[in-house]
Ligand binder design. Structure first.
Ligand code: SF4
Ligand code: SF4
Length: 188
């Protein structure tokens, strides 16, 4: 082994983006919902419907409660046990902080198709648009570097595909979906 040098490969890095939420600074203006839904409209910016937004504000003005929540993972069934939080004397409802696209509520579902919505950090943009449009600093972007597993992004894509298919199957039934795929194939 004399003179042999073992080359050490540097681990690949990935950037983790986090949006830090300060509920005390949010005044419920909903600018973040508007820009998110406009950015994700097809074509881009052609419409603005907060129901299509990947961020929703849980608003209760009479109790001075405003909680910005980002769309996270899809779940087929609602959870049986839920939590209530009291923070600084304010009591928050069950599910207030939950990010799931779940059958128990209307948030984070595409209004026409019922497909689950998930925040994609405004892919392709320099900065998440909800952060940019929040004039009250309730949303702050934080970034850090972590070692990346090669398979991470492929695994994520596969998971997203499975989630999309699962929710379509829940809504229309697997037979119908297979039928449509067969017809699409036949057209090619
Ligand atoms: S833009 Fe900012 S202040 Fe307005 S609702 Fe969204 S998070 Fe709250
Ligand atoms: S980061 Fe982009 S996709 Fe995610 S909630 Fe904000 S505006 Fe919507």
């Amino acid at each position: 082994m004399t003179g042999d040098k073992i080359k050490k490969t540097e681990p690949q890095k990935k950037t983790i983006k986090t949006i830090k939420i300060n509920v005390d600074k949010c005044n419920g203006c909903r600018a973040c919902e508007m820009i998110c839904s406009a950015f994700h409209a097809a074509p881009k910016y052609s419409s603005n419907n907060p129901a299509r937004s990947r961020i929703r504000i849980i608003r209760e003005p009479l109790r001075d409660l405003y909680v910005p929540v980002y769309a996270g993972e899809y779940t087929v069934s609602e959870c049986a046990g839920r939590d209530k939080y009291t923070i600084d004397g304010k009591e928050y409802d069950e599910c207030s902080f939950c990010r799931a696209s779940c059958p128990s509520r209307d948030e984070f579902k595409e209004p026409d198709s019922g497909l689950p919505l998930k925040c994609d950090m405004c892919e392709g943009e320099e900065e998440p648009l909800c952060v940019k449009w929040c004039m009250h600093d309730a949303l702050i972007l934080e970034e850090r570097q972590e070692d990346a597993e090669d398979t991470d992004s492929r695994k994520e894509e596969q998971e997203d595909l499975e989630i999309g298919l699962e929710s379509l199957a829940d809504k229309f039934g697997m037979d119908k979906i297979l039928d449509v795929v067969a017809r699409m194939n036949a057209k090619d």
